[in-house]
Design a protein around this ligand. Structure first.
Ligand code: ZN
Ligand code: ZN
Length: 136
């Protein structure tokens, strides 16, 4: 995964810095679609002088070049998605936790014609909402 990072950075002409490497590492080990603040809190333990703004900008840069994704946030903070494999989400409306799941049938769902005719589709993801087992 980290070799991946170096390679992708070169590909997108991003400078490789220890801070950026640390941020990417945090993202790839994050379990729950972290916010910029989640990442900031963690990277700060290693780089106490890093600013929130730097972390936030780095995340947006990663997203811009397609190394990670930004996901719909339902009115909360922007969340970051390091998992670029096709997958779907269970969104808990209670605590905001987003759980990844895989389901072939959803992967194979066809794009409605009124969408595919009007827009250029680059991906699709099913979102199921409800209460997680901790919030029921
Ligand atoms: Zn919950
Ligand atoms: Zn996900």
């Amino acid at each position: 995964m980290m070799m991946d990072f170096d390679e992708k950075s070169r590909q997108h002409q991003l400078k490789i810095t220890p801070q950026r490497t640390a941020i990417f590492k945090i993202l790839t080990t994050a379990r729950n679609h972290p916010t910029a603040d989640n990442v900031y809190q963690e990277v700060k333990t290693e780089f106490p002088n890093i600013s929130f703004d730097t972390v936030n900008r780095t995340l947006l840069t990663f997203a811009e070049v397609g190394m990670i994704e930004v996901i719909e946030s339902n009115g909360h903070c922007r969340r970051f998605e390091p998992n670029l494999k096709t997958h779907h989400h269970f969104y808990c409306v209670g605590c905001g936790e987003i759980t990844d799941f895989f389901h072939k049938e959803y992967d194979n769902l066809e794009i409605p014609e009124n969408i595919s005719r009007r827009f250029h589709v680059t991906g699709k993801r099913m979102v199921i909402k409800g209460l997680c087992d901790k919030c029921i």
